[in-house]
Design a protein around this ligand. Sequence first.
Ligand SMILES: [Zn+2]
Length: 271
Amino acid sequence: MTVDWGYEESNGPSVWPQFFPQAAGSLQSPVNIETTKATNDTTLKSKPLYWNYSPDICKQIDNNGYGWKVQVYDDGDGSELSGGPLGHKYKLEQFHCHWGCTSTKGSEHTVDGVAYAGELHLVHWNCDKYNSFYEAIDHPDGLAVVGVFLKAGDKCHQELEKIVSHISQVALRNQSAPIANTIDPAALLPEDVTYWTYHGSLTTPPCSECVTWIMFKNPIEVSERQLNAFRSMRMKTPEECSEPHGGPQLVNNYRPPLPLGNRVLRECGAM
Ligand SMILES: [Zn+2]
């Protein structure tokens, strides 16, 4: 069954559970991070988060109708995420972003009720236990997603600019472009490695509860011009776009927070 889910009223997050039962689960993401409720877990510090991305693993950028996505080489070889809350080794599969129509919203996770202008997700799968990304999403320890908040500021983010430079080539849904420059995923992370972690789900259908979330506390700064480039993307395919401007803007591609419930939110390091 192919369901044309999206972020409109008719096909948005509130109706996803009708088509994707896991979206009604009790371990869903994103959540609102209540900073005073986070448990400082010293065991996280004793096993530092480790990542290594070889610089030439980013292959292609796509507009999948839900945003832009950078796909890495098929098996993610040359990438590794481990340590911290993770009991296994994970490989990078892809990274993508969520953003708002203005900079007062756009992130999926919120911090004490406040949203950032956007949120970057680096999606990794457990290559110790599973043979592929698709096998991994059926298991609670299948994925590890690193989340980075985008804060709108004056400064343009250099590494993100490499993605911005390809946006006009993937303005419409189903358009793809090869990545010309080397993009270093590590350069999209903030310098300060303090984070919150909890167990949750994919924030897009099928909303599988297979994700160890690692949310960096500190945002990266990006410029309004860079955010506007993302906002200039469109949700429709070239065939669906007879209008010269290419149909509705691709904005507000975020799922609102869901209850943390009985889950424990742990933190590593103070702000
Ligand atoms: Zn995402």
